[in-house]
Design a protein around this ligand. Structure first.
Ligand SMILES: [Zn+2]
Length: 250
């Protein structure tokens, strides 16, 4: 059940990923084929299943459908299921579902456009702060986390501008780290940033080694932040103290 609900949400996230960069409505018009512009019937718009039934092609014009659509749907279903299995029906599940949804949208848009839109990050900051008011939450830690996350990336961005005369961090990354801090708290967001730098460096070294990228390529940082944030959200203090053993315990 939870996996199927995740697939349906994933289908909506595809619409967001595709339409937010061009500032189009998320509700209207209904989905249409980007090639022949004909509307997609509901029976051809079933998450994952329709892709296989249509063998990855538009029913009308036979234009190929990007394999990323069913992949985003399956990823969402899988993450929602893991959240449910890990947290049960609880306040952390609610936070996890909201955080995961936004991070999927933000990471894929950043991957496509090298841009993180404020319309995706500012609502996430507000959601994180608001959800910290629930009975199990810690509003003070949430606020401190938002300031810590945004502050660290802001300072790195300024240093990069002064030392290397180039923008090392986009403004969108600053908002995104702030939003994640509101969900993970100040220790969580420090561990998240540390993990995202390790991940980003490791993947870049491999891709430069394989000559997929060269040293001058612009590499979007959002996907690493998103993956690291989900890892810290899932594993909590175990992962935080593994990455950052010197952080104070309480
Ligand atoms: Zn078509």
């Amino acid at each position: 059940m939870v996996f199927l609900i995740g697939l349906i949400f994933g289908s909506f996230f595809n619409v967001c990923i595709y339409r937010i960069p061009s500032k189009r409505s998320l509700v209207l018009p209904n989905s249409f084929c980007p090639k022949c512009k004909k509307p997609i019937e509901w029976y051809d718009n079933i998450p994952v299943l329709s892709y296989f039934l249509l063998k990855g092609k538009c029913r009308k014009c036979r234009a190929p459908i990007a394999v990323r659509y069913p992949l985003v749907e399956a990823l969402t279903g899988l993450l929602f299921l893991l959240l449910y299995l890990n947290f049960g029906v609880s306040f952390p599940l609610l936070r996890g579902v909201i955080l995961t949804g936004f991070l999927i949208i933000i990471a894929f848009i950043d991957f496509d456009t090298q841009y993180i839109f404020e319309v995706t990050t500012i609502p996430l900051v507000l959601a994180g702060l608001f959800l910290s008011l629930l009975p199990d939450g810690n509003p003070w830690n949430s606020l401190l986390g938002a300031i810590t996350g945004a502050g660290i990336l802001y300072v790195i961005g300024m240093l990069s501008l002064i030392l290397f005369k180039k923008e090392g961090m986009g403004g969108g990354d600053v908002y995104l780290a702030g939003a994640i801090g509101a969900f993970l708290g100040w220790k969580g967001v420090i561990a998240m940033l540390f993990l995202s730098f390790i991940l980003g460096a490791a993947v870049s070294i491999v891709l430069i080694g394989l000559k997929v990228l060269d040293r001058k390529s612009m590499i979007p940082f959002g996907p690493y932040i998103a993956a690291s944030a989900l890892a810290v959200f899932f594993f909590g203090e175990k992962l935080i103290y593994l990455l950052m053993p010197l952080l104070p315990r309480n």
